[in-house]
Design a protein around this ligand. Structure first.
Ligand SMILES: *Cc1c(COP(=O)(O)O)cnc(C)c1O
Length: 392
């Protein structure tokens, strides 16, 4: 039974549990084993069963890669040691003199990697507001090779029209890459909308339990995949078998978790919008969100319902000092970087995750608070935020 092609008739929830995860051929183990081995016995010189060295290939990683490809409606998956390792490997696909147009408001680490590492190798980056198609088109140059975007963006949760950006890039034979970490394939499948590749920090929702750091790339473009597969082995930023196993375990409940993250976040966002200590709430599921109409069409679960994810940003009435007080006063919402785990987290981007863009055009409001809504009971989360907001 080959379940890994995107045309499979079985549904997302089923693919998350079964694709790439047949019972182990040697023992019948129902759960994919952690193949904790660096090398593999060969029956004759150069003759092996598809595995010769674990940087190149490992069966636990193969299972994860097949499952991820299926969930993203793609043909090929590649797993990496972190989200940044995935992006770094992708950038090795390009060369000196190549130009990349990047959505502003990208993950701080992505901005840092582009501006402070790859510019040193002669690559050029232009940051642009990709909610504006005309501005995006104007940023394209003859040497532009890639458009890189996240949607919803981090931390301002802007929604970028993946189909529109892909159409304008493809007119000029430019690749489109989407960092789909915030939405996950349960809410949004960029390859179906025209993107050429999807990237993930599997550290977040795909792993889902804040216990692993990992990354991935999925594509259906065979030549692009062949080169990235070569680079995965050549550069060697691969995940351990145990880390692959943790992400595989996380994927099995992705659908359930995303339903609850989204439900909790929507209720919290609506409640925060009425709270006197809150100046503005940013959540794509709110009618007040500037791209709510687009989010409704683009962020749709495999069951056909619009779902807006677990991330909420809000601006505190009292600015920077109020934001920092609130973030220190919550008890259930843990003050920490990262997102996408079952437990709720709170942070102040300007002072934490987005330090790397401070004093740049991408710097964020010091009064901005970012929440990662977990899957706890929503009443407990509201009560916790309420006491923290009241403490200011
Ligand atoms: C966390 C994150 C990354 C980086 O991933 P790591 O696993 O931390 O290396 C990239 N993009 C987004 C949107 C992220 O949230």
């Amino acid at each position: 039974m080959n379940l890994s092609s995107p045309s499979d008739s079985i549904q997302f929830e089923t693919r998350a549990i079964h694709v790439g995860q047949e019972p182990d051929a040697a023992t019948g183990a129902v759960i994919t084993p952690i193949y904790q081995t660096s090398t593999y016995a060969q029956s004759a010189v150069g003759e092996h069963r598809g595995y010769d060295y674990s940087r190149t290939d490992n069966p636990t990683r193969t299972a994860l890669q097949e499952c991820l490809a299926s969930l993203e409606s793609g043909r090929f998956g590649l797993a990496f040691a972190s989200g940044m390792a995935a992006i770094s490997t992708l950038l090795l696909f390009f060369k000196k003199g190549d130009h990349i147009v990047v959505a502003d408001d990208v993950y701080g680490g992505t901005y840092r990697l582009f501006q402070r590492v790859f510019t040193e190798f002669g690559m050029e980056f232009t940051f642009v507001d990709m909610t504006n198609a005309a501005a995006t088109r104007a940023a394209i140059r003859p040497n532009t090779r890639l458009l890189w975007l996240e949607t919803p963006t981090n931390p301002l949760l802007k929604i970028i029209d993946i189909a529109e950006i892909s159409a304008l890039a493809h007119e000029k034979h430019i690749l489109v890459g989407v960092d789909n970490t915030f939405a996950t394939p349960y809410l949004q499948r960029p390859l179906e909308l025209g993107a050429d590749l999807v990237m993930h920090s599997t550290t977040k929702y795909l792993g889902g339990h804040s216990d692993v750091v990992g990354g991935a790339i999925v594509t259906s473009d065979a030549p692009l995949y062949e080169r990235l597969k070569f680079l995965q082995n050549a550069a060697g930023a691969v995940p351990s078998p145990f880390d692959c196993w943790l992400v595989l375990r996380g994927l099995k409940t992705l659908a359930l978790r995303m339903e609850r993250h989204s439900e909790n976040a929507l209720r919290l966002a609506q409640w925060l919008e009425r709270h006197p200590q809150v100046k503005r709430v940013i959540y794509p599921g709110l009618v007040s969100h500037p791209q709510h109409a687009l989010a409704r069409l683009q962020m749709v679960s495999p069951r056909g319902a619009p779902l807006y994810g677990g991330m909420i940003s809000f601006i505190a009435q009292g600015g920077k000092s109020a934001a920092e007080k609130i973030a220190c006063a919550t008890k259930l919402f843990i003050l920490a970087e990262s997102l996408g785990g079952v437990e709720s987290l709170i942070e102040v981007p300007a002072a934490m995750t987005h330090m790397s863009v401070a004093n740049s055009p991408l710097a964020v409001d010091a009064g901005l608070v970012r929440l990662s809504a977990g899957v706890e009971h929503v009443y407990d989360l509201m009560a916790d935020l309420d006491q923290a907001l009241e403490s200011v």
